[in-house]
Design a protein around this ligand. Structure first.
Ligand code: 4AD
Length: 572
């Protein structure tokens, strides 16, 4: 006869085995598992194992009976469940077998269905319509199947019942399949809601392209819990989601509104090249490639080309991809981004900032005035309100003082540009001084505290690009010369626009190339602008993804590009 041990203090009914080393905790459990064993019990490790008293055994037997009853119940339940499952499987198999016999035919007596896009259905209420799209949502309730259909112009609730819901295709329909649905468009019943306020009562339909179920099912490849790198690999599927597609729809509307605003200010759209042999914003961030045996680059900015358009076309703008080989893994940097750039002639620095502010505010106003785009903004950024004009303007020198007054410091750097660290390895933080580049973190804290769009202007010449117009010498400060440059900063995102007035004199420009170590030869066409009738002019570049991140309250610009590119990522 086996001997089973119980230790009331350190034993365990879950992990114990009944040996003296791994005793159970209760006598009841020991009896339940080993009804005919010799039982030994102790209070704790300090006492010796002993035979239990008769009354203790009697009490434990009751407990063991209870446990046995519980076990039986669970066993019965499991058996019933297995039976139900089998019955359900059988019922479904039968149903599916039966369903194969049902052949749907379109009733020729019904009125001819009008083919329509989901976004244009409202005038067709009460009529028979034909729509095609992807199964966005799918739900069965008793014998009715509800589909939310998606095809870009909107979402449509569709109801399948009776024969229509009993075909083989109906029973095996999966999410993301493409379908053709024909039926009568009805306003949704009182008290119910559906996109557009109507639903399609389907009388005929077919699957155009089935999507897999099981392991390959859409929701098994991608869901809210998917890892960011999987999301990036499956961007083509992410785009099918409501949020991603809303961002892209808003982006399209944003681009049209920008174009409308710019055209209304007499700017003409041009398309400069992407393949170039000159730099604009510093050689360090150029993507270089072999162009028929010569060095060439992907454009960083179309600014220089826009400047050449002024004499023939007047004020111009472009919407072009710009490329930056920056190893920046931040939420506002892309390796390829959509750059909206404009250039205006015969303006001064004040005109430039006023123009940028006008274009931005008019563009936002247009979006808010359109119910569809206003709806997208509300969906993505419910608390959005149009920014107040005029935008705050703060000079670079004042911003340095502001940062110091607010205790916003930056990491100290040694002469080689390395971060200075203390004994614990923490970066040494120091106050800002005129001449320092205001780092992204400090800039963001400033905009977040101020909470409004602001122009930061007048940056030191040594921090900015070679072509920028210098401020008069009287403005110099501690040996620093400043430029007529401005960045527009937005709360939550930081810099979304960078602009400046440009040098107008040929000699000054030649000196600037030299200082920057740029060979003037390939820039002959840019220099010629100063030779053949120069003019005061300026312009700016706006990062479309950054603007959209601000407008749609997205965490990162990566959500604001169709297929975002960042260091190490150029797929899909
Ligand atoms: O300040 P940036 O470098 O200015 C220029 O390129 C000027 N040549 C433009 C001009 O005057 N025509 O860039 C302008 C804007 C930035 O404010 C930012 O919004 C965006 O381009 N930008 C980026 N957006 C995403 N990822 C990046 N890596 C970006 N770099 C700049």
């Amino acid at each position: 006869m086996a001997t089973i041990h119980v230790d009331e203090t350190t034993g365990s009914d879950e992990t114990g085995t009944g040996t003296s080393e791994q005793p159970y905790q209760t006598l009841a459990f020991a009896l339940f598992t080993h009804s005919d064993a010799k039982l030994l019990t102790r209070k704790d490790v300090g006492s010796a194992y002993d035979e239990p008293t008769q009354s203790a055994v009697k009490k434990a037997r009751k407990g063991a009976d209870g446990l046995e009853k519980k076990r039986k119940k669970a066993e019965e339940l499991a058996a019933r469940e297995a039976q139900d499952k089998a019955a359900e499987r059988e019922r479904r198999e039968k149903l599916i077998e039966e369903s194969k016999k049902i052949v749907l035919v379109e009733d020729p007596a019904l009125p001819v269905a009008k083919k329509a896009k989901i976004g244009h259905l409202e005038p067709l209420r009460g009529q028979r319509v034909k729509v095609s799209g992807w199964v966005h949502r799918l739900r069965s309730q008793k014998d009715i199947i509800f589909i939310v259909l998606r095809e870009g112009t909107g979402y449509l609730q569709c109801v399948l019942s009776g024969n229509v819901a009993q075909t083989y295709e109906a029973l095996t329909l999966t999410l993301e399949s493409t379908v053709l649905l024909v039926g009568t468009l009805q306003p949704v019943p009182e008290g119910k809601t559906a996109p557009g306020g109507h639903e399609l009562v389907v009388d005929f339909w077919k699957v155009l392209g089935g999507a897999p179920g099981g392991d390959e099912a859409f929701t098994n490849r991608l869901n809210e819990k998917s890892d960011p790198s999987i999301m990036a690999d499956l961007r083509h599927l992410v785009l099918r989601g409501e949020t991603a597609s809303a961002v892209l729809k808003l982006r399209a509307a944003l681009m049209s509104s920008f174009r409308e605003s710019l055209v209304s200010h007499d700017l003409l759209e041009v398309t400069p090249p992407c393949l170039v042999q000159t730099q604009v914003e510093g050689g360090a961030t150029l993507f270089k490639f072999n162009y028929y045996g010569q060095d060439a680059y992907l454009t960083q900015s179309s600014q220089l080309y826009l400047e050449t358009c002024l004499p023939s076309l007047g004020d111009v703008f472009c919407v072009q991809e710009s490329f930056r080989a920056e190893n920046s893994h931040t939420r506002r940097h892309l390796s390829e981004y959509t750059h909206l750039e404009a250039e205006l002639a015969f303006i001064d620095f004040n005109d430039l900032m006023t123009h940028i502010e006008a274009i931005i505010c008019e563009t936002v106003d247009k979006l808010l005035a359109n119910p569809t785009t206003a709806g997208l903004i509300k969906q993505l950024n419910p608390n959005f309100t149009a920014p107040a004009r005029p935008f705050l303007r703060m000079s670079y020198v004042d911003a340095i003082a502001w940062l110091n007054e607010h205790g916003i410091q930056h990491e100290a750097e040694d002469a080689e540009g390395n971060v200075v660290k203390d004994e614990q390895g923490n970066a040494k933080m120091v106050d800002h001084a005129v001449g320092d580049d205001i780092a992204e973190a400090a800039e963001r804290r400033m905009t977040d505290i101020l909470g409004v769009p602001m122009f930061l202007y007048g940056f030191p010449a040594e921090l900015k690009s070679f072509y920028m117009k210098r401020m008069p010498r009287e403005e110099a400060h501690g040996g620093h010369l400043f430029t007529e440059s401005c960045d527009l900063l937005m709360p939550g995102v930081g810099e979304i626009v960078g602009g400046s007035m440009r040098m107008t004199g040929q000699d000054e420009l030649l000196a600037a190339y030299k200082k920057e170590g740029i060979d003037p030869a390939p820039y002959y066409w840019f220099t010629d602008q100063r030779k053949y009738g120069t003019c005061e002019h300026g312009g700016y570049g706006l990062g479309v993804e950054r603007f959209l991140a601000w407008l749609a309250n997205r965490f990162t610009v990566r959500e604001c590009a169709l297929y975002p590119r960042w260091p190490g990522r150029a797929t899909p």
